[in-house]
Design a protein around this ligand. Structure first.
Ligand code: TGC
Ligand code: FAD
Length: 393
């Protein structure tokens, strides 16, 4: 080998376009992930354990509600936020999921739709990582079609009484509060409203979902609401209808679209390094044309995904990013990321199925990421509708 091999960063040149502030965010999260998260990442995946002990450090990096302003939040640009999440996902999708849900799905609806009193009450503690939140939209019988939810909130004096079950809820078992979306019937008209349900409320339970073969280092549960009484002051009055939760999903989907490239890069780097050292038929497999073609295809898709994510992040910072563009980026980047991780796993051969290497863990995690926040098919249909005008749901 004559020259040092080109890195992914050198190939896409994305890093050269970063401001000093963006680079600082990227580097500090990178250091945290490599020094504090990656040692033991495989073991935590095996043990099905989210490292709650790291929450104070994640908070001190400004990663909880990172793109929000005020209330102790970091007010990061979309570019910095995307870079930070990508570094977290280089570690594990479960680590990134924790931050996505806290910021985009639990803090954002309070920040956008809550009263001043609600924001003061919850957001500073959530930014400090002292209060953990979750987001309950999906139900056992309503995932892609959240409008079919069965959870109901019935008005009773100054309270609402919530009944229903939410399924697949990230952070639910460790959450201090849940933003729950429920149908409300007021004056004969049915609508969807958001409620902040605090742990300790009678009739509120969050059983753990066990046996996941994906996102094992993320805490996932149900939210069971059995006649759970919530004061009216916990309702998020500013949001009415499905547009409320969907606007939160737009925030989270943007972050995911950027972040999954971190998992792809970690897997590519592991495969590329392995290929240099693994000898077959008398030569490192990196010197074989078929291996090179795979590494090139993977690097090409990562670079394209990064260029798209960066472009859309800059549009978001200008307030010009549309939900259809978010769908395009989530759909493309999740698909290429899972394919890259599977290819990396194959280049690692038999060793690739071990947790000693990151590729199998990332590939398994991305099965969830491919499905949540709108499945690949849902984003196809969102884009199909946007491009043709026909609703094919
Ligand atoms: P549709 O009639 O199209 O829309 C209903 C209302 O919502 C508005 N809207 C949006 N608003 C903001 N942002 C968006 N992206 C929006 N998309 C739609 C729309 O304008 C309308 O408003 P209005 O005022 O006219 O009523 O609704 P639909 O029932 O036909 O469904 C549309 C569909 C299928 C695209 C949507 O329901 C959908 O996206 N389904 C997928 C559900 C999903 O993504 N669930 C995710 C749950 S959370 C999660 O997975 C977290 S994982 C996190 C982690 O661990 O990281
Ligand atoms: P379904 O909607 O039943 O879909 C099943 C299959 O049918 C999919 O392949 C889908 O693409 C396809 N399909 C559906 N409709 C159509 C159609 N019209 N045309 C063609 N194909 C279609 N939800 C939350 O609310 N909060 C969370 O924090 C959260 N975290 C999650 C964490 C994990 C680990 C996982 C796995 C899920 C999480 N979810 C969360 C739920 C997630 O958003 C849903 O799983 C997802 O929206 C899909 O819903 P579903 O599983 O009910 O699948």
């Amino acid at each position: 080998m004559s020259k040092a091999p080109l890195t992914l960063e050198q190939l896409s040149g994305i890093d050269q376009s970063l401001s000093d502030e963006e680079r600082l965010v990227q580097q500090s999260v990178r250091r945290f992930v490599r020094e504090r998260f990656l040692p033991g990442a495989g073991a935590r995946f095996e043990e099905e354990r989210f490292p709650v002990e790291l929450i104070p450090e994640i908070a001190s990096l400004g990663l909880l509600g990172a793109s929000l302003t005020g209330y102790g939040c970091a007010g990061m640009s979309a570019v910095s936020y995307g870079l930070a999440l990508s570094e977290l996902e280089y570690g594990d999708s479960g680590l990134r999921s924790f931050a996505s849900v806290q910021g985009s799905l639990a803090m954002y609806p309070i920040w956008r739709y809550g009263t001043d009193a609600q924001k003061e009450r919850w957001l500073p503690g959530m930014a400090r990582g002292e209060l953990i939140g979750c987001f309950g939209l999906t139900e056992p019988d309503a995932g892609s079609d959240p409008g079919a939810m069965k959870t109901r909130a019935r008005r009773d004096g100054d309270d609402y009484v919530l009944t229903g079950t939410k399924m697949w809820i990230t952070n639910a078992p460790i959450a201090h509060l849940a933003v729950v979306w429920a149908k409300v019937d007021e004056g004969g008209a049915e609508s969807i409203k958001g409620f902040v349900v605090e742990r300790g409320a009678r009739g509120f339970d969050t059983p753990v979902v066990k046996g996941k073969m994906s996102l094992r280092a993320s805490s996932t549960g149900e939210i069971v609401l059995d006649g759970c009484r919530v004061p009216r002051e916990n309702m998020l009055d500013g949001a009415t209808g499905l547009g409320g939760p969907l606007s939160c999903l737009t925030q989270a989907r943007f972050g995911i679209a950027f972040a999954v490239l971190g998992a792809a890069k970690a897997s590519w780097e592991a495969a590329a390094a392995y290929a240099q050292n693994r000898v077959a038929f008398g030569k490192p497999i990196a010197a074989k044309q078929l291996i090179q073609e795979r590494l090139v295809d993977m690097a090409q898709e990562i670079a394209k995904g990064e260029i798209m994510a960066m472009h859309f992040a800059r549009l978001k910072d200008q307030g010009r990013l549309s939900p259809a563009q978010v769908s395009l980026c989530k759909r493309n980047n999740c698909k290429i990321a899972i394919e890259v991780c599977r290819e990396a796993r194959a280049i690692l051969g038999g060793n690739g199925i071990l947790l000693d290497y990151p590729a199998i863990r990332h590939a398994l995690n991305l099965e969830s990421v491919f499905t949540y926040e709108g499945t690949h098919e849902v984003h196809t249909l969102i884009l199909g509708k946007a491009l043709t005008g026909h609703d094919a749901f």
